[in-house]
Design a protein around this ligand. Structure first.
Ligand code: ASP
Length: 393
């Protein structure tokens, strides 16, 4: 496109004098041919549909700029973003932007704001090939997990990214993260279908399934890992998609957005020496609906009579207890040791190799849909959006 614009300018300047005597001269035929070629090129270019990406800025470090006088990080107007990343113009995509007002630090993320993101995606779904969400890194994995459940039948890419250094800083990781996330959001297969019709996190050089991802580093640019599922793409000189790992969606199904959550849940992490009174009081919180129990190794807990009794009583009262491991890598296998088996017998269900972020958001999501407890149990045991490896137990 640039080449054509430049050609046009040069052409007008050079040929100005010659158009005064165009008739029958060979220059006239060259002139007509060049004009025809240019018009054809322009016509083809306008006919060719540009990929369209909606860029949604929710907040976080990526959208901050360092005040040169104080050195403090401050939010800057989102429309300034394009000025900070002029490279975006070279994509020849239609990139529209939308910003949360005010932008939020992701520590303030809430289910209600997940609903806002889903509403924006849903309302604009038909108009874009993909969506990029700029988000603070601290709770990005929770948001990615939540969105993966809220956007049922998703058939377009929703790529979350952010950065460890603000986009206005010289060594920022934000520019590359943003540019690559946009490229991935617009990427298509040979048959024209979106390459990654999933909620993902792109960070540093890996595209990860959102509901498999955990923030592991508050310092390095390589801040996210997916311990139990390989990257959907690795990015170096080329973007190499691992197509066999990407979800195969039914593109004929319409997007079905969900908005409800129930946050009557808690995450309880066991540790040697945990007190009976603490466990008892957590399990007796009025209205409590579910517990994500973070256990040892392959899903084991202390063999204390009182612990199993409290868990069993809670379970019998209708509180759903989901067992996930404190290990980053690997899955819960409650049959493996007596210390796990006793949990199974107390009514605890397996969370398989689910991340904590995913387990808690999945529970809040299922409970928010007012399903009977037995159905919530079954769905916790099922793979809804690629979040668990079901054959591990
Ligand atoms: N506190 C910031 C946030 O999560 C950190 C970041 O963006 O990396 O919003």
């Amino acid at each position: 496109m640039y080449k054509t614009d430049k050609d046009l300018t040069i052409f007008h300047k050079k040929e100005d004098d010659k158009v005064l005597f165009p008739v029958f001269s060979s220059d006239f035929y060259i002139f007509v041919r060049r004009i025809t070629n240019l018009l054809t090129k322009l016509w083809l270019m306008t006919k060719e549909k540009k990929p369209a990406v909606l860029l949604l800025y929710t907040g976080g470090t990526i959208g901050m700029i360092e005040n040169p006088e104080t050195g403090a990080l401050e939010s800057f107007r989102f429309d300034e973003l394009l000025k900070q990343v002029p490279e975006l113009k070279r994509f020849h995509y239609r990139i529209d932007t939308y910003s949360f007002q005010p932008a939020i630090d992701s520590s303030d993320m809430e289910p209600e704001l997940w609903g806002r993101i889903v509403r924006i995606i849903t309302e604009n779904y038909e108009h874009y090939d993909g969506f990029v969400i700029l988000h603070g890194t601290d709770t990005m994995a929770y948001t990615a997990s939540a969105l993966s459940f809220m956007l049922e039948n998703l058939s377009k890419p929703v790529i979350l990214t952010g950065s460890q250094l603000p986009i206005g800083k010289l060594r920022t990781d934000g520019k590359e993260n943003l540019i690559t996330a946009i490229e991935i959001a617009a990427a298509k297969r040979e048959n024209g279908q979106p390459m990654v019709p999933e909620v993902c996190i792109f960070f540093e050089n890996e595209l990860l399934r959102g509901n498999r991802t955990t923030k592991v580093n508050a310092e390095n640019f390589n801040a996210f890992r997916s311990f139990n599922y390989p990257p959907l793409a690795t990015v170096g000189i080329h973007i190499r998609f691992n197509e066999h790992l990407i979800r195969k969606n039914d593109f004929t199904q319409p997007l079905k957005p969900h908005f409800n959550f129930n946050n009557q849940v808690v995450m309880l992490s066991l540790f040697p020496g945990i007190r009976k009174s603490i466990v008892a009081s957590v399990l007796q919180v009025p209205g409590l609906k579910a517990v994500v129990l973070r256990t040892f190794g392959s899903g084991n807990a202390p063999q204390k009579e009182w612990l199993i009794r409290h868990l069993k009583e809670a379970s019998e009262k209708g509180i759903l207890i989901v067992n996930i491991t404190q290990c980053q890598h690997g899955a819960v296998e409650m049959h493996r040791y007596g210390t796990g088996l006793q949990l199974l017998q107390a009514g605890v269900v397996s969370g398989y190799d689910c991340t904590p972020e995913c387990a808690i958001t999945k529970l809040m999501f299922l409970l928010g849909n007012d399903l009977p407890l037995e159905q919530v149990r079954q769905l916790m045991d099922s793979d809804l959006a690629g979040e668990i490896t079901r054959d591990k137990e």
